[in-house]
Design a protein around this ligand. Sequence first.
Ligand code: GNR
Ligand code: NI
Length: 168
Amino acid sequence: MALLDILEFPDPRLRTKAAPVAEVTDATRNLVDNLLETMYAAPGIGLAATQVNVHQRVLVIDVSEEHNQPLVFINPEVTVLNPELGEYDEGCLSVPGFYETVQRPQRISVTALDRNGECFSRELDGLLAICLQHEIDHLDGKLFVDYISPVKRQRIRKKLQKEQRRQD
Ligand code: GNR
Ligand code: NI
């Protein structure tokens, strides 16, 4: 297993649209294991392949208190079950240190492949529904800062760029 580097806003590579996985192979499972290790180490409750510069439709989530319920979604497709929006203060490992309120549908269903390439469906609500939508946005090249005002987004961009220059 390996810890992977996480891309940070405004890195243009975060805007790449990920391609579907044609076949779930050992290489896919290796990516999943590395995503999980990187997510737990960060620590975070989710991680999309896009964030580690792999542009395939693979994401992992674990919203459990004990960090012992890893979920894997490959080629996920979401259907909104109830268009009612809920608000949550979202953060992102690719936008470190910033939290903003985002509105998303509260009840969704997802169909995806698991790590064995088996298709499954489940209904989600609460933090899991929020996190899954946040991760699928990454696969589509979208970030939570896209939902906030341009003024706030620009402020975050400037602060992170300054931080990144310090680190380079
Ligand atoms: O760790 C994370 N926490 C979080 C909190 C609220 C809404 C979404 C998230 S996902 C984030 C990890 C991450 O950046 N995943 O892409
Ligand atoms: Ni994120």
